[in-house]
Design a protein around this ligand. Structure first.
Ligand code: ATP
Ligand code: MG
Length: 395
């Protein structure tokens, strides 16, 4: 079905259906079918704002309308796009492409494919992401990074529903639902001439405004509990609980990095805590953002930032030594590898570079920590999966 009508801007302000008001924990039908780099297997939406938004997404899902998801970094844009695909009834794959990951010359052949001999090195023809997503959903992340020269081509594809591979003149029909995401205000990019107004109108058929975590406080603790469950089992730790002061601190913190930051804070707390109770002191809020956070935080919470600001690596180590943490060396090594891996969004190449070790050594650590499977069915298949997760995802 082609939906040509203009949808209203979809946001948390719309009236919820009865089913959306109840708290929601949704699980993907086949979690194992999703790639390793997508960490959450379930979506937590308990704040009434999020529940309304989820309801809206599920109502738009079965249409063919292009969708633009707007939200700060780490708010769950990709998860929402996947959820939309799951509910779309489309049989084809979900393909995610980060527009910022390719340079201007590469992006065209990546998106639209190329014919043999189209350019030096193009020994064989290759389909692009539009063709790969046939019958499914193509998620273009960071759409604001698409070079202006490619914006006009994308517009044509959306209008004609056809792609032309680089080096070819023959159009290929495509049946793809397009979902785009941005964490920057595209209206400003349109005003300044960096984003085509006609493409913006075309993508803007329906818009989902994903609120930052600080504006949906009812999600914070359920998400924290969700991540505690997820990471406890991943790290093979017994179930942990949050102390009252930790709960208060989580609620007070403004979460500039949103859900991804909450996930990392919980992950770290599980690694440094050792008695099944996560206390405020185990929550490490990033030092870098303290200056701006002090402006955003309510007055009564300033002391928590102060303590975060003063936490140095040496102090953390002293605390672990004071507490006579068992297996301290393993503990610290695990923490370092895990934190760096999460920081690099589970990209092995970037993590290895960050830690100054080879990718093979990183992989052996990840296998030891059971983050990567120890035995793989075929090294070729594994390599392909890893490479895919570094720049794009197909499931
Ligand atoms: N509602 C949710 N329930 C559970 N986990 C979530 C939810 N939303 C996001 N997450 C988790 O938070 C992390 C960030 O989500 P995601 O990658 O979708 O955000 P994003 O907005 O695309 O981020 P970025 O702007 O950095 O690309 C992921 O690990 C994801 O699994
Ligand atoms: Mg994303």
């Amino acid at each position: 079905m082609e939906w040509e009508g203009t949808l209203p801007r979809l946001g948390a302000h719309q009236a919820p259906s009865e089913s959306a008001i109840v708290n929601k924990l949704l699980t993907f039908p086949d979690p194992q079918a999703h790639p390793l780099s997508v960490r959450a297997r379930a979506l937590v939406f308990e704040d009434p704002k999020s529940a309304r938004l989820l309801d809206t997404v599920e109502r738009v899902a079965p249409t063919d309308a292009a969708l633009l998801i707007i939200g700060e970094t780490g708010t769950g844009k990709e998860l929402i796009a996947r959820h939309l695909h799951e509910h779309s009834g489309r049989k084809g794959p979900f393909v995610a492409v980060n527009c910022g990951a390719f340079n201007e010359t590469l992006i065209e052949s990546e998106l639209f494919g190329y014919e043999a001999g189209a350019f030096t090195g193009a020994a064989r023809a290759r389909e692009g992401w539009f063709e790969a997503a046939r019958g499914g959903t193509l998620f273009l992340d960071e759409i604001g990074d698409l070079p202006i020269s490619q914006q006009v081509k994308l517009l044509r594809v959306l209008q004609e529903r056809q792609v032309v591979r680089v080096g070819s003149r023959t159009p290929i029909n495509i049946d793809v639902r397009l979902v785009a995401a941005t964490n920057v205000d595209l209206t400003q990019a349109v005003e300044s001439g960096h984003f085509r107004r006609d493409l913006w109108y075309r993508l803007n058929v329906a818009t989902v405004d994903l609120p930052p975590l600080r504006d949906r406080p009812g999600d914070i603790l359920p998400l924290a509990d969700h991540f505690i469950g997820q990471y406890s089992s991943k790290l093979r730790l017994p179930p942990a609980a949050l102390s009252d002061d930790a709960r208060d601190a989580l609620i007070r913190y403004p979460w500039p990095g949103n859900i991804r930051e909450l996930e990392n804070v919980i992950h770290y707390a599980l690694i440094v805590g050792n008695d099944g109770l996560i206390r405020e002191r185990d929550l490490k809020f990033p030092v870098v953002s303290c200056g701006s956070l002090l402006d955003q935080r309510p007055a009564q919470s300033v002391h928590a930032i102060g303590s975060a600001q003063n936490t140095s690596l040496e102090e953390v180590l002293h605390r672990l030594i004071d507490q006579a943490t068992p297996d301290l060396f393993d503990h610290v090594e695990t923490m370092l590898v895990n934190t760096a891996y999460e920081f690099c969004e589970r990209n092995q190449v970037r993590t290895a570079r960050l830690l100054g070790i080879s990718r093979n050594i990183l992989r052996s650590h990840l296998m030891r920590l059971n983050i990567l499977p120890k035995r793989q069915p075929s090294s070729h298949g594994r390599a392909a999966n890893t490479a895919a997760s570094d720049s794009q995802l197909v499931c």
